[in-house]
Each structure stands twice: as structure tokens, then as C-alpha cells.
Design a protein around this ligand. Structure first.
Ligand code: ARG
Length: 563
């Protein structure tokens, strides 16, 4: 039952307004003693030339309260209290019949969205910042697709640039093939770091690096083959991570994809009269916007990061005709994206405003151990492995008889990390604290997953029960509060999409788990005397599990039936 619609229809009988407009005015009050829905009469004052509280009290006398426990008038408001039993029955029926589709809508139908996320650099470790981007991007993808948006996931690989000239040079000088086979990224990182150390003593190495990059850009066979080898090795590693996380992409068009698409972009910038000389380099001046110039071509003729981003944006617009293009990249690149988007705008691309940089904060560790590795990079595998191992240990202690412990530990351990990433406003720095993150109580992934598994265990114990519910009296706050929260799922998904903030769904699922546990602790379920009540409560458990599952799924986290 769509209560907003019912209220709007009923009000329309007494008001001279469009149904849609009435619906838009209806609010959900912040506190339950102000009803489940409220209709403020401020906007009507102008139309009826009466004080809002008089309009409200007159309306109250006129409208019929079918489906509502009561309708109250408080000052300029009409407060609607739904009939709890009808509301609960309706909500649970909707959740249980829609199942995995509960929470979906079609508000995004017909809109194309490009979501760029993850985007690690080849021959370098996939680090905790890339995982942050991956978690946010993947969940935005899931949320937006669930609302009907047509989304394309792009992994803008860092697979081009002068650093590959240096890497080729380092490879020729120092690479240990055995080590490369065993752990390619580690070995490539080692020789890359060595290159920088050696280049301090012998600056001629820098020239060699530049020469190799030039050869690579010119398509010289040997260099291209080496670059390909590095890329394939890296992708193999990255794909293992994606597999473990359950993340997929529609395109891996990274920086190298744009090598042959840049000349025409540079030409276009020039035609717009934007290309200026500056110390031998070609730049777009952005003084008027209080930004340093956007460098398009370096003095040695090489193109750079920003040029590739300009080409990428133009290509994406042409290929995907996006309504929105989202870049999930750390906030340390905010200036870069402002420069790129402003340059696009100066080029007359009126769609530049639909490019959005979705930034995020830094990743820190409460326990320093992980962050002191050489080069100060935190290897992602260390993070994932450690989380899964620790979870396995906890499970072994808590539930030694559990089957397929390793599989369960994987879902919970990885889920705990994703949950930590998506728990707060994305611009806030993240602090990984192992004890907190893996705790089974508190606002954590394992806590939410445990609530789900607990619900499922009740359902298993209950055996057969009737999915049809009779009219029952709901007398506890805990039951109705839970039903109410379950009914609001879609609203939270839409809010998260609106703000591009996945944490709004994380917060929501925490609220569901909390309300579920309160209900579980205060109402007996399996031992209830009255059949109707037992039945209703079991359906409420089932519906809570369904909503937890659907919400976690939007975050990219899988549930386990037992833990
Ligand atoms: N590869 C870059 C990095 O690791 C992130 C790429 C961001 N996306 C972009 N379109 N510039 O820092």
C-alpha cells in the first residue's frame, strides 16, 4: 500500500491542487509521536489566504481516516498515524513477495551513467586507496543499477606515461626473471625503486628512461612487447583481487587507450584558442579560475595524465552519451579534476558539468605494523589475507562445528573491510582498527552479518509456517519500529545515490540490524502461544533478513546463512 498516495488522494478531495504536488508536500516526521506521515499546510496559506493552522484544523474535520489509526492536527500540521497492523502486513507482504528485488525502482530508466573506479597503476601494487575507490565505485554501480540507471563500469588503468620508459630501462639493467615470475609486481616495484635511487647518482638514467618512453610511444616492437608483458602480469594479479571481491568491469580502457586519440583533442584545444606556450610546454591557462595551468604537452613533446583525461572524457561522452560521468578517485586529485573539467568547459563542452569527481579520504591504520613496509605502500593482499585469517580464528573459537569455515571467513573478513570503507562519509579518513572492525558487536560488518545469520537460524528452527498473515494487534514498539525501518529501504538508497554517498545505505543496514536485535531480544518468537503472533513474528524475521541481504548486496557484501 502506498500511504503517501492514499493520503494525497484523500486530501485532494478537499484541496484544489494536483495529486503530484500534494504528494510532494507530504513529509515523514522525525519522531514517531508526530505520526508516520505529516502534511504541513504552510504552502496552502497563500492559495487559501488563511493561516496554516486554520487550514490544518479544517482539513482534519473533513477527511476520512480509513487505514489510519488516527489523524491529528497539531498547529499547521496534519499528522497521520497508520493502522499498525495493516501497515505491517502490507510492508511484510511487499518485502517477501519482491524478495531480492525489494528496494529496486525505475527512477533511473533511460539515463546513462559512466562510473569510473578502482583504476590501479600497472606494475605497481594495488593499494588500500585503490580498494577504497573500488568499494565506493562498485556500490554506486549496484545502487544506481538497482534504480534502473544504465551504468557502465570503467577501470581507467594507469598503464601509460613516462614511468614506463624508466621501468623498461630498469628491466634491462636489473630484472631478475625468476623473481619476476614468482611475484611480478614485487619485482617490478623493486627495480622501479632502484631506478630512482640509481638515477640520483647517475642522472643520465633519466635520459635513457625518456628515450625508452619515446620508443614506446613510437610503437617500437621491443618496448611495446615489454610494456605488454608488464601489463598482462599486472592484470592477472588485479583480476584475482577483483574476483575475490566480486567486482566486475565493462571496460578496461585505461590511459594507453587514448594514445591515438590525443592529437585531435590537442588540435581542438588549439582551435578554441586555448593552447598557450609556457616554458616550452603547451598549456591551458586557468588564472581566471584561480588554478595553475592545465599542462597539455610537456616541453619534450610528451603528453601527460591531464591530456589523457581530456581525451577520455570526450571519448566517453561520444561512446556512452552519459547523463553523468562519475570519477571515484582520492581527494588528493581534486585539483586535477577541476582543471580537466574547467578545460572541457572552456572548450565549449556544455556537458562538463555532468562530470563529477567523487573524492575520498586517506586510509590509515590504528596498528602501525601494516603501514611500515618499505616504500610505505600497504599491500592489499596483506589487508585481505589478514582480515580473513583473523575472522577464521574467531569463527573457530565461537563455532567450532561450523561447516565450510574458510568460505564463511572469506565472506565475513572481506565484508568487514568493505563495510569499514563504506561506513562513514567518504571524504573522512579511514582508520583500520582490527579489533573494532572484526568485532561481532558494535557497528561492524560482522555484527550485521551475524544478525542475518541469527535470523536465518530462527527460520530454520521454525520449520513450516504460514506466509499469509492474519490481522494481528501489534502492541510492542520494537515490532512496529522494525517494520517501519524495513519499509524505508528504497528511500535510503535514493538518498545515497543523490549524494553519491554509499555510507547512507551502510548506516541504514546498521539501523535494521539494531532494530532487529531489539525486537529479537524483547519479543519471544518461537515460543509464542498465539499462532497468529508467532506467524507474524516469523514473517518479520524473514523480511528483516531479506532487507539486510539486499542492503549488503548494494554495498558489495555477501551474506552467510550460518556463522
Ligand atoms: N591511476 C590513478 C592513480 O592510481 C587513478 C586514475 C584516476 N582516474 C582518472 N581518470 N584520472 O592514482
Amino acid at each position: 500500500m502506498d500511504y503517501k498516495k492514499i493520503i494525497a488522494e484523500r486530501l485532494k478531495e478537499n484541496l484544489n491542487l494536483e495529486l503530484k504536488d500534494i504528494e510532494r508536500i507530504i513529509e515523514i516526521p522525525p519522531k514517531s509521536d508526530m505520526g508516520d506521515y505529516a502534511f504541513p499546510c504552510f504552502q496552502l496559506a497563500k492559495i487559501y489566504k488563511k493561516a496554516p493552522n486554520i487550514i490544518a484544523s479544517e482539513l482534519k474535520e473533513k477527511i476520512d481516516n480509513k487505514y489510519f489509526e488516527k489523524i491529528e492536527n497539531l498547529g499547521p500540521y496534519l499528522n497521520f498515524f497508520v493502522d499498525k497492523s495493516i501497515f505491517a502486513k502490507d510492508t511484510l507482504n511487499k518485502i517477501l513477495s519482491e524478495g531480492d528485488s525489494y528496494g529496486k525502482s525505475s527512477v533511473g530508466n533511460g539515463k546513462n551513467v559512466v562510473i569510473e573506479f578502482s583504476s590501479p597503476n600497472i606494475a605497481k601494487p594495488f593499494h588500500v586507496g585503490h580498494l577504497f575507490s573500488t568499494a565506493i565505485g562498485n556500490s554506486l554501480y549496484k545502487m544506481m543499477s538497482s534504480q534502473g540507471y544504465n551504468c557502465t563500469r570503467i577501470n581507467h588503468l594507469g598503464d601509460w606515461g613516462t614511468q614506463f620508459g624508466k621501468l623498461i630501462c630498469a628491466y634491462k639493467l636489473w630484472c631478475d626473471e625468476e623473481a619476476l615470475k614468482k611475484d611480478p609486481i614485487k619485482e617490478l616495484l623493486r627495480i622501479y625503486v632502484k631506478f630512482h635511487e640509481e638515477a640520483e647518482k647517475d642522472p643520465s638514467l633519466e635520459d635513457k628512461g625518456r628515450m625508452y618512453f619515446k620508443k614506446l610511444e613510437d610503437g617500437n616492437k621491443e618496448e611495446v612487447e615489454l610494456w605488454k608483458k608488464f601489463k598482462d602480469m599486472s592484470l592477472e594479479k588485479f583480476n584475482k583481487v577483483y574476483e575475490e571481491l566480486g567486482v566486475e568491469f565493462d571496460s578496461y580502457a585505461g590511459e594507453s587507450f587514448y594514445t591515438d586519440k590525443m592529437d585531435s583533442v590537442i588540435e581542438e584545444i588549439d582551435k578554441c584558442g586555448l593552447l598557450k606556450e609556457s616554458n616550452g610546454a603547451k598549456v591551458v591557462m586557468l588564472d581566471d579560475y584561480n588554478m595553475p595551468p592545465c599542462i597539455i604537452r610537456k616541453s619534450d613533446g610528451a603528453t601527460i595524465y591531464a591530456t589523457r583525461d581530456l581525451a577520455a572524457a570526450i571519448y566517453r561522452k561520444k561512446t556512452y552519451d552519459f547523463d553523468k560521468c562519475i570519477y571515484v578517485v582520492g581527494m588528493d586529485q581534486s585539483l586535477h579534476f577541476k582543471q580537466v573539467f574547467t578545460t572541457l568547459k572552456l572548450m565549449g563542452k556544455n556537458w562538463a558539468d555532468s562530470c563529477k569527481h567523487v573524492g575520498f579520504g586517506l586510509v590509515k591504520f590504528a596498528n602501525k605494523k601494516l603501514s611500515t613496509r618499505k616504500g610505505d605502500v600497504i599491500f592489499l593482499e596483506d589487508l585481505l589475507d589478514r582480515s580473513v585469517e583473523t575472522t577464521l580464528k574467531i569463527i573457530k573459537e565461537k563455532n567450532p562445528k561450523l561447516e565450510s569455515k574458510t568460505e564463511v571467513a572469506k565472506k565475513i573478513g572481506i565484508g568487514a573491510i568493505i563495510f569499514t570503507y563504506l561506513k562513514n562519509n567518504r571524504e573522512r579518513d579511514i582508520i583500520f582498527d582490527w579489533d573494532e572492525m572484526l568485532s561481532f558487536d558494535g557497528e561492524t560488518g560482522p555484527y550485521v552479518q551475524y544478525s542475518y545469520a541469527r535470523g536465518k537460524s530462527i527460520i530454520r528452527k521454525a520449520g513450516d509456517f504460514d506466509r499469509e498473515m492474519n490481522y494481528i494487534d501489534i502492541n510492542s514498539f520494537e515490532e512496529f519500529n522494525l517494520v517501519k525501518i524495513l519499509s524505508e529501504f528504497n528511500l535510503h538508497v535514493l538518498n545515497a545515490i543523490n549524494k553519491l554517498e554509499p555510507f547512507m545505505v551502510t548506516r541504514y543496514v546498521i539501523e535494521v540490524a539494531k532494530a532487529f536485535n531489539k525486537f529479537y531480544n524483547s519479543c519471544s518468537i518461537l515460543n509464542t502461544e498465539d499462532d497468529n503472533t508467532r506467524n507474524f513474528r516469523l514473517n518479520l524475521v524473514e523480511a528483516s533478513c531479506q532487507v539486510i541481504k539486499n542492503a549488503l548486496n548494494l554495498l558489495g557484501i555477501q551474506v552467510v546463512e550460518k556463522m
